[in-house]
Design a protein. Structure first.
Lengths: 311, 324
């Protein structure tokens, strides 16, 4: 979204982090390819360009923390579980699907991770979970991912108010990619995310960097404060590299170019070519193999439907 | 012409003819023209009266009501009909109530468009048929888009009522042709009712809203060819309040109401209740209801098709009604 490109050299990541970034990238590219070929039905929202957000957050969140994701949630899921098989099976409706193929791309529940495709809905729910956590599991937090466009929903504000009033361990991660479907943020948001958070006395932290190490360091303290009951809005100024869903990209060329210029993938390849090329092809091939394996599986089964067959 | 184009033209026509008409919704502006492209070309031709909003279904519906309150004609688009749930208060407690709760009638010219239904793998929160949740609200009328009803006429009928209307548009219809039917079952109109039949002595009468019509016609074809069962299809444009009088000349014997809604509190049960009160003695047993299962609508195609009522569900119900 921001025109101020963060042109600094990206710091070197551990192989593990880079592998996760690449896994999400190649997973999403694969999805677009499958859709393009007509091998998937329904819709999908890829997080191309935004992969580094959940990767940066991953070690800051523990397994007891709750995560609420949204329609653009594949990266959130993969960063938490590193389970491309279960997710792809879910999206393709094959056996081994995380939710039996019932929820699909946008509706996933596993342990303390849950996503839904209705914008803003998760915010009050996450506040409720945070209320429980504050009382029952001190030090554990609820994290909810929302986009810039989702700040159009009233539920976001009702939840922020409660979170501040009740000192809830609520971490709101805003992926501000400057656009909601086809609507630029400037056409839908008066004021700013920062001023909106301020209106409720909620701390706001802006992340412009795409450097995973740097982001982690900057977030350590504020996230620790969330655990002590100080809700936080972390706003990532990020870029949506791909279309909103499948092929509906009508952005002007300069907006798409800005997203490309900011793409961590190209930049990291430039900054650390040896490590990048050592891993990139391997992960791409791994995703390729996973896709073939999942596509060959039989259709997913769903308990409810087998009871109908019996009846 | 495709149904989507017919609806798009109808909106162009409305904005052309009525200088107070507005269209408001998320991502409705050009060049995008709405998630289903129904508002294409509108904002270029009518800047200022076609308004793109933030993701705020409650607010945009309330704004439509405010425009209507000040004498304008307002058409609101809910991107996916499922999200009309976020506008429920504005529709139920404000717009529909305002028509009559201040002691004298306060006309509101307002339409809320709801792209509806499944069959496209969009999953449980993007595939519902929300009609049933709005049945029986005084001051609110429900219409459903149909390939046999020109959308310009339907918009006009809704606005003439002077009360808020919900317009349910089965997404599957967008890419189908207007008027598309089976040559075996020519379609004719009697007022707002569309009628399709092979002969005038059918074994069974199927009542279906627009989104279900082609599935009913497909079932009628196989029933006739394979089972020699002849059916009459009735497609009303207004679902609620239902003009039951208009149906009466066409119903007797075995009657089925087919809709995509999931089970429980359906439109069909309302239709059945009305028909039972009027023509019980002309019926061969109670009106039978065809609807989707009592279930969320799954994403995966093979699961979704098990849940949603379709051609085979109707086929099966008709055979069962006639042959037991
Ligand atoms: C309540 C609701 N309204 C509308 C939509 C349709 N929709 C899905 S994603 C989206 C845009 C979301 O924009 P943003 O919050 O910025 O997230 P991004 O897609 O940019 O990641 C819209 C309008 C929805 N899913 N839920
Ligand atoms: Mg966005």
């Amino acid at each position: 979204m921001t025109e101020i490109l963060d042109r600094l050299r990206l710091s070197r990541l551990g192989d593990d982090d880079l592998e996760l970034l690449l896994l999400i990238r190649h997973f999403e590219l694969k999805l677009l390819e499958l859709y393009g070929r007509g091998d998937l039905n329904g819709t999908t929202h890829t997080c191309l360009g935004q992969e580094y957000v959940p990767v940066a957050l991953a070690p800051l969140l523990g397994e007891h923390d709750h995560v609420f994701s949204n329609h653009r949630g594949h990266g959130h899921y993969l960063a938490r579980f590193r389970d491309p098989h279960g997710l792809l099976a879910e999206i393709m409706g094959r056996q081994g699907a995380v939710c039996g193929g019932v929820g699909g791309s946008q509706h996933i529940h596993r342990d303390r991770y849950m996503s839904t495709g209705v914008q803003g809905e998760s915010m009050p729910v996450a506040a409720g979970v945070a209320l429980h956590l504050r009382r029952a599991e001190s030090g554990v937090l609820a994290c909810v991912y929302i986009g810039d466009g989702t700040w159009g929903e009233g539920a976001v504000y009702e939840a922020l108010n409660l979170a501040s009033l009740w000192r809830l361990p609520l971490l709101v991660v805003v992926e501000n990619n400057g656009i909601a479907q086809s609507t630029p943020t400037t056409a839908q948001m008066a004021g700013s995310v920062a001023s909106r958070a301020a209106a409720f006395g909620v701390t706001h932290h802006l992340v412009v960097s795409t450097d995973v190490n740097e982001i982690r360091t900057s977030l350590e303290e504020p996230v620790a404060a969330v655990r002590a009951g100080r809700p936080l809005v972390v706003e990532f100024a990020t870029h949506r590299l791909g279309p909103h869903s499948k092929g509906d990209d009508i952005r002007p060329a300069d907006a798409v170019q800005a997203a490309r210029d900011n793409d961590w993938y190209v930049r990291y390849a430039n900054d650390h070519p040896d490590q990048f090329h050592r891993l990139d092809g391997t992960i791409r091939a791994r995703v390729e193999a996973i896709a073939e394996e999942i596509a060959a599986r039989p259709p997913s089964r769903w308990e409810a439907s087998s009871s109908w067959e019996a009846s | 012409m495709r149904v989507a184009e017919n609806l798009n033209e109808a909106l162009h026509g409305l904005l052309d003819d009525d200088p107070t008409a507005y269209v408001i919704g998320e991502d409705v502006l050009d060049p995008y023209g709405g998630a289903f492209k129904i508002t294409k070309g509108l904002s270029v031709r009518f800047p200022g009266r076609v308004i793109g909003t933030p993701i705020s279904e409650g607010a945009l519906t309330g704004v439509a009501a405010g425009l209507a309150l000040t004498g304008n004609t307002a058409v609101a688009e809910i991107m996916f009909g499922d999200f009309v749930a976020l506008a429920f208060d504005q529709i139920c407690n404000f717009a529909s109530k305002s028509v009559s709760m201040y002691g004298s009638r306060l006309p509101l010219r307002m339409i809320v468009r709801c792209p509806s239904g499944g069959g496209r793998g969009y999953g449980p929160t993007h595939s519902q048929s929300m009609q049933k949740h709005f049945i029986g609200m005084p001051g609110l009328s429900l219409y459903e888009m149909s390939p046999f009803h020109d959308n310009r006429e339907v918009l006009a009928s809704m606005l003439e009522r002077g009360e808020p209307c919900l317009f349910f548009e089965d997404k599957i219809l967008y890419t189908r042709q207007m008027g598309q039917t089976d040559p075996m079952f020519p379609v004719r109109r009697d007022g707002e009712l569309a009628i399709a039949e092979a002969d005038d002595r059918p074994d069974c009468v199927i009542i279906a809203p627009g989104g279900m019509a082609h599935r009913a016609l497909a079932a009628m074809r196989t029933l006739l060819l394979e089972d020699e069962i002849s059916c009459r299809l009735l497609v009303p444009s207004r679902l609620y309040p239902l003009d039951v009088e208009a149906l009466l000349p066409y119903v007797n014997g075995v009657v089925i109401v087919a809709e995509e809604s999931t089970a429980g509190g359906t439109w069909g049960s309302e239709v059945a209740h009305l028909l039972h009160g009027r023509v019980w003695d002309r019926l061969r047993g109670p009106v039978r209801l065809v609807h989707s299962r009592d279930s969320v609508i799954p994403t995966a195609a093979h699961l979704e098709s098990e849940v949603l009522a379709g051609e085979s569900t109707i086929h099966h119900a008709v055979r069962e009604a006639l042959r037991g």
